[in-house]
Design a protein around this ligand. Structure first.
Ligand code: ATR
Length: 290
């Protein structure tokens, strides 16, 4: 990598940022595509979000990723916001435009592309969506917009599940989402489900944690997507596989959210070959050798 007067800068704002894999994605993409660009992490405290966004613009920073806990906090400081990101209420990618940044949510388009790459489709599926935090809310919008047959939203705190269901159902003008409790799941009539695991249960270091205890429910899960990727195979994924289902983790979601951000910043398209190569580099960074 040669840094010179023409090098453009992109980066990540969040807190913490030291374990991020995003520099692996973007700096490798810059190298693969022969682009004079560097990507660096920026630790930003909550009360400095506005200064960070305005400062990044003033410093001619080309693109910014936003991670926890600033994905909603950046919104008031944007020049424009993409309609999907606005609906979701969270932004993870800022693209430099005249006068400021335009915010996008490539987490969700990234998840969609990751699922497509694994031949997992939402349309016509019965979805069992687990969780009602920020990630689950975005996935609820995705499932509703991609034409799932039914979407059961299950969360420990029922109030939060009800709130998301109401919001999504209002946004789409129909009953897309049915909030349920964990004890309701075994009584659902559908014979099979695509499960979307959007809680933080099972995330390192809680590697023995699993959100669904009921073994019988696993028999109905033909495919599961766990948004967690540390550990690489969560206990939830192990249980799905042990009951004969397919399971993917969230690493490809992370990969494709980065790829889509890179494409937005550079006006290019990243090939599937490059995506595969990048995934390999991310796994190496995580110490995963399969
Ligand atoms: P994110 O932004 O990643 O979605 P979040 O907004 O903190 O994170 O949401 C975390 C999700 O994991 C929530 O659905 C939370 O359930 P509650 O709404 O009941 O808190 C879920 N979660 C976390 N720990 C859990 C546990 N031990 N059992 C069940 N659900 C849990």
């Amino acid at each position: 990598m040669i840094i010179n007067g023409k090098t453009s800068t992109c980066g990540l704002i969040g807190n913490p940022v030291e374990h991020t894999l995003s520099p692996v994605i973007h700096n490798n993409l810059a190298e693969m595509t022969g682009t004079n660009l560097v990507y660096v992490p920026f630790l930003v405290e909550a009360e400095k979000v506005e200064e960070a966004v305005r400062g990044a613009y003033a410093l001619n920073i080309k693109g910014v990723n936003v991670t926890v806990p600033h994905k909603s906090a950046v919104i008031p400081y944007l020049e424009e916001i993409d309609s999907l990101a606005e609906k979701i209420g969270a932004v993870n990618t800022l693209v430099r435009i005249q006068g400021g940044y335009k915010g996008y949510n490539t987490d969700i388009t990234g998840l969609f592309r990751a699922m497509q790459s694994e031949n997992i489709h939402i349309k016509g599926e019965n979805i069992l969506l687990l969780g009602a935090g920020g990630a689950a809310r975005a996935v609820a919008f995705l499932c509703a917009s991609e034409g799932a047959a039914t979407i059961y939203l299950c969360n420990r705190t029922m109030e939060k599940a009800k709130r998301i269901a109401e919001e999504v159902n209002n946004a789409f003008g129909k009953m897309c989402i049915i909030p349920v409790s964990f004890s309701d799941i075994s009584g659902l009539q559908e014979a099979s489900f695509l499960a979307m695991q959007c809680t933080s249960v099972g995330l390192y270091p809680d590697v023995e944690g699993v959100v669904l205890a009921d073994g019988e429910v696993y028999d109905k899960i033909h495919t599961a997507v766990d948004l967690v990727y540390r550990p690489y195979e969560t206990r939830f994924m192990k249980l799905v596989r042990a009951h004969g289902g397919r399971a993917m983790n969230g690493l490809k979601m992370l990969l494709y959210q980065g790829i889509i951000a890179y494409e937005l910043w550079n006006g290019c398209s990243v090939s599937e070959e490059m995506a595969c190569e990048l995934l390999q580099k991310m796994k190496e960074e995580m110490g995963i050798y399969e």
